[in-house]
Design a binder for this molecule. Sequence first.
Ligand SMILES: [Fe+2]
Length: 304
Amino acid sequence: MAVALHFDAELSDDERRARLYRGELFLYSPRRATRELCDFARELIREAFRPRDPEVAQHDLPVEQFAAILAELKPRFIHHPESKRLIRAVLAEFGCDPERTYFDVPRLRTSTSDAYLTSGIAYAFHPHRDTWYSAALCQLNWWLPVFEVQENNGLALHPRYWAQPLRNGSREYNYAEWNRTSRFIAASQIGEDTRRQPKPEEEVDLGGEIRPLCPPGGTLLFSGAQLHSSVPNSSGRTRYSIDFRTVHRADAERGAGAPNIDSSCTGTAIGDFLRCSDLTRLPEPLIEAHDRGFGRPPLPGETR
Ligand SMILES: [Fe+2]
């Protein structure tokens, strides 16, 4: 299936979302707010690894020490008030309505080279859709590299699976359950990651994958239903990137979004999202409706 890849498209947010829900992809050049967000992340990262260069520090640090630095650095970035301020500035710059656009806290991701650390705090993501992890079908993913990325250390998209179901383990995933049992032990998962995650249960054809490259502060935007993965890093450099997600309230209310072709997880992540204008959450009845499966029609043969 062919998908469109838009470059610096000047579309309204409504039009862009409609296209993202059809599997189209958007790549943007650095803008003022996205540059600021990446500069801020880069500063925190450099501070955490000083005097080492964060992109190559993995080569002269014991892996436990590297993981310990990330275990402090990542929550610092995630929960920093400046991160929230900058995300809101980014979304304003992209023309998202601050009254109806909700975002979750930005994550700082690392992908180390040569399988130095691929579990827990620096988990190397297997091909997945966020919708296997209780994401709403209207969830959009925003991804920004913090340092220069290369074709062998970034993110891969697998758009051939946009309309092609993959057998997967999402039936065993429930967001609330994951939060209770697995999320907070990430830093202890060195060597092997024992947390149960929804994975493909058949071979994934990686041919035809797209590895979007943009300069630091550039932005990739795609639907949370798009199959994506971490590119196995063989670049010799640790990749640092920022990602965050958004949902538009009107879409969450009317159950709009990408089609569900293969996800049968339960629960919802939508309760984490904060409104741009005032950082309030979505109304409780709407979160509860999504928790019960609103907006995600059951798959053929699925029982709830
Ligand atoms: Fe993801």
